[in-house]
Design a binder for this molecule. Structure first.
Ligand code: ATP
Length: 456
């Protein structure tokens, strides 16, 4: 069993302002959550770490930010209109609906009744009207994955950047799925963000690349603070593969509610580029690709050696931001017994993920000189570029430390009487994990903290 329970996380998230139920004051919109003052920082930090690892640190990946509203034909030829469905069963007794694979031994998971409807297919995509006239022809989908725009913009990106395989296109953005049973807090929701990479390779090299990406992605999650033993690699059985996939590894994590998927790494073959292309026969695309008479595209590259056009194959590491946030919080959440017998809750997030990097605390909020120096220090520290530095004016040092332990602030800087009375001015800095305190010159603070946050 994982050490952290979902109740502990949900309670911390609400109490300290990480995550709130959407439309809370109206009873909540099911399967939809809002990120509060600290949640938005944590989420942005996780996305920035992914973007940095993908787009900045490598030399073979470009970025994209495509629209959420998606043309019906894109999701028709991608296969989503036909196959992006889950089997659904209704309980005739309690009237709840469930995914058929969540019904165990023919019993309703809610009330235990065996009086259930036969499974029927339910499409998970949201539709919305486009323009002022609501008729059946004027609609678009809210994308169920960010990937499709990467395929439909493939040619534009290649033309603009002169990329050759192997290379990738990365994107972070919202996706929407009308999940039948959203549950487990932010684990399964109807509106979420994905961090997706489509990595284009030469046909025949795909199985090598999926192994490389599996390793790279496990290592990245470890850098975000997950323990290797809590990440499970699931080699998805043939019968369970998505409609586009030849091979998939699921990276699963030991969440509080059980071991479930955090990220999928799929070999999507030439399925997507092939399906959005009109010249399949000429291009010799895999047999499972549908004929497409409607697009004008030739989503292919010219091979200078063979002098032939070919359709790249695709390896796709696709991770959910919400599941990532849940995983790093699960791992970081710690309750410790102090030598004096008291308990303290600490969120031992990696420094680069911490919502607040440094809290600057004036010991006395009604002492103008102390408050002034604390403000000056905050302004100076912001210039170092380490991230959010917060002026913490709660007025009680014990409470301030407790709060910043709980939200994972790696360093607290306290300005006290000695800071304003003696020259050169000094402050106390306190380390979140060790609780060790040391006195340091104000003039040394920027360099000290820059060095501290430069290490992992
Ligand atoms: P599951 O089997 O759990 O429904 P999936 O296999 O359908 O997930 P993918 O289509 O592979 O998921 O999507 C890639 C990633 O997007 C997932 O690994 C997950 O992190 C995230 N994701 C997918 N659906 C949801 C959802 N409803 N809520 C939150 N994150 C999601």
């Amino acid at each position: 069993m994982p050490a952290t329970s979902m109740e502990q996380l949900v309670s911390l998230c609400k109490r300290r302002g990480f995550i709130f139920q959407s439309a809370d004051i109206y009873g909540g919109l099911q399967g939809v959550y809002d990120f509060g003052p600290l949640g938005v920082e944590l989420k942005n930090n996780l996305k920035a770490a992914w973007w940095r690892a993908m787009v900045y640190e490598r030399d073979d990946i470009e970025g994209l930010d495509a629209s959420i509203l998606t043309h019906q034909k894109v999701l028709h030829y991608s296969g989503h209109e036909e196959t992006f469905t889950d089997p659904l069963q209704d309980c005739k007794k309690c009237k709840n609906r469930f995914r058929a694979d969540h019904v165990k031994d023919g019993k309703c998971p809610e009330c235990g009744s065996t009086d259930l409807t036969e499974p029927r297919m339910f499409n998970l995509m949201f539709k919305t009207a486009v323009g002022p006239v609501e008729d059946s022809g004027n609609f678009a989908y809210l994308r169920p994955e960010t990937a499709q725009a990467i395929f439909t913009q493939f040619k534009n990106v290649v033309d603009a950047t002169a990329r050759k395989v192997p290379f990738g296109i990365a994107q972070i953005g919202k996706s929407f799925r009308n999940e039948i049973t959203p549950r487990n807090f932010i684990f399964r929701v109807r509106e979420f963000e994905q961090m997706e990479l489509e990595f284009f390779v030469k046909p025949g090299t795909d199985l090598d690349w999926i192994e490389k990406w599996k390793e790279a992605r496990i290592n990245w999650w470890i850098e975000q603070g997950l323990k290797r033993e809590n990440i499970h690699v699931h080699d998805v059985e043939k019968e369970e593969l998505a409609h586009y996939s030849k091979k998939t590894y699921d990276l699963e994590y030991q969440f509080p509610h059980g071991i479930e998927e955090l990220e999928g790494i799929a070999d999507r073959t030439d399925y997507d580029l092939g399906n959005h292309t009109r010249y399949q026969k000429e291009l010799n695309i895999s047999a499972h690709v549908h004929e497409n008479k409607e697009s004008d595209s030739k989503l292919a590259l010219f091979d200078d050696e063979t002098k032939k056009w070919f359709v790249p194959w695709v390896i796709e590491p696709s991770a959910g931001v919400e599941r990532g946030v849940l995983a790093v919080m699960t791992e970081a959440y710690t309750e410790e017994k102090l030598p004096n017998g008291e308990m303290r809750t600490v969120l031992k997030l990696k420094k680069h993920l911490a919502p607040v990097k440094v809290a600057v605390i004036p010991l006395k909020r009604n002492n103008a000189d102390i408050v002034k120096l604390a403000h000056e220090i905050k302004t100076e520290l912001l210039k170092t570029g380490i991230g959010r530095v917060m002026f913490e004016d709660s007025g009680n040092i014990g409470k301030a430390y407790r709060r910043h332990d709980e939200i994972g602030t790696p360093i607290c800087v306290t300005v006290d009487f000695e800071s304003i009375e003696k020259q050169p001015a000094t402050v106390t800095i306190r380390n979140r994990d060790t609780m060790a305190q040391e006195r340091i010159k104000v003039s040394d603070l920027p360099a000290y903290l820059k060095a501290f946050f430069a290490t992992k």
